[in-house]
Design a binder for this molecule. Structure first.
Ligand code: FE
Ligand code: FE
Ligand code: ZN
Length: 300
């Protein structure tokens, strides 16, 4: 099973990410090249890249399946503030270069929010920006993430994703997110029929990554609050069917579920759930003591 989680990228750069992924029993992973919520980025230390690649090779992690995620403050949809819009375009150009230096093949992007603009105009802004960011020699593919449709978020429908693909001159891909699909109104309890719908409209070969999250909210809620596997409204059985779906065998599956606190009410979320969620998904049996097991493991 090609599965992993979002991991951090710290002082050791990608080496730290690989180590963290391995500590969870992952076979792949996703990282941000700095903090997810800002655009401050350090230059890449090539010695650390070599070390990270070696560590991946030793542990059978295929670099071609490792995912980078762009910071979520980037909004390519809104050009009302032209300085901000141009900053985002330049940032992503550099982010693609950083991915290339790290030998990463895929960069996941939240397409953007229309804010004060008409939706079609906002989509056209994204396409225009992407056409400036990507060129014919691009070695890194941008993946548009399917969004929950919170606020004025774009690409909460497959039609909007399809529209962007048709407007961008070079090949881009898609990252599905189970929580977002659910919140956007796609019933993924029958994932095969969703995949058929996707295949007919866009083509399954566009899917290069899938984010595996349960949702705290119901179908069509437009909320985007991730939950731990089996704790939300999608449920363990449906998620298990997705991660074991034959058509998605070679697609990296990435958990972005919330950290666990000392208890349910605890606002301080300190323990990563991934080692235990991955084990549970590999085994195929829901663990009702998941949270207690995580606390017990990390406490000492
Ligand atoms: Fe995302
Ligand atoms: Fe996601
Ligand atoms: Zn989300």
């Amino acid at each position: 099973m090609l599965i992993g989680s979002h991991v951090s990228y710290g002082k050791e750069g990608l080496v730290g990410s690989v180590k963290e992924a391995l500590s969870y029993g992952s076979s792949t992973f996703m990282f941000y090249t700095g903090a997810p919520q800002n655009t401050i980025r350090k230059t890449i230390d090539n010695n650390l890249v070599v070390e990270a690649l070696k560590l991946m090779e030793e542990n059978n992690i295929d670099i071609n399946k490792v995912i980078c995620h762009a910071p979520y403050i980037i909004n390519l949809a809104n050009d009302l503030d032209s300085a901000k819009y141009n900053f985002s375009i330049n940032f992503l150009k550099n982010e693609l270069k950083r991915c290339e230096e790290l030998q990463i093949k895929y960069l996941v992007l939240h397409p953007g929010s229309s804010v004060g603009l008409e939706r079609t105009k906002a989509l056209d802004n994204i396409a225009f920006a992407l056409n400036q960011i990507i060129d014919k020699d691009a070695k890194v593919m941008i993946l548009l993430e399917t969004m929950a449709g919170k606020g004025t978020e774009l690409c909460s429908t497959l039609e909007e994703i399809k529209y962007l693909i048709s407007k961008v001159n070079y090949k881009i891909g898609v990252c599905l997110d189970t929580c977002h699909l659910n919140d956007a109104g796609y019933d993924i309890k029958n994932f095969d029929s969703f995949l058929e719908q996707f295949d007919e409209l866009i083509g399954l070969d566009y899917v290069k990554c899938i984010h595996i999250n349960d949702s705290k909210n119901g179908l069509n809620s437009h909320k985007d609050r991730h939950d731990n596997i089996g704790w939300g409204t999608i449920g363990f059985e449906s998620i298990y069917k997705i991660v074991t779906n034959k058509r998605l065998e070679d697609i990296p599956k990435i958990l972005e579920t919330p950290y666990i606190g000392e208890n349910e009410e605890d606002k301080e979320r300190i323990y990563p759930p991934y080692k235990f969620e991955i084990a549970m998904l590999k085994e195929g049996i829901f663990n009702p003591h998941l949270k207690e097991d995580i606390r017990a493991f990390y406490k000492n």
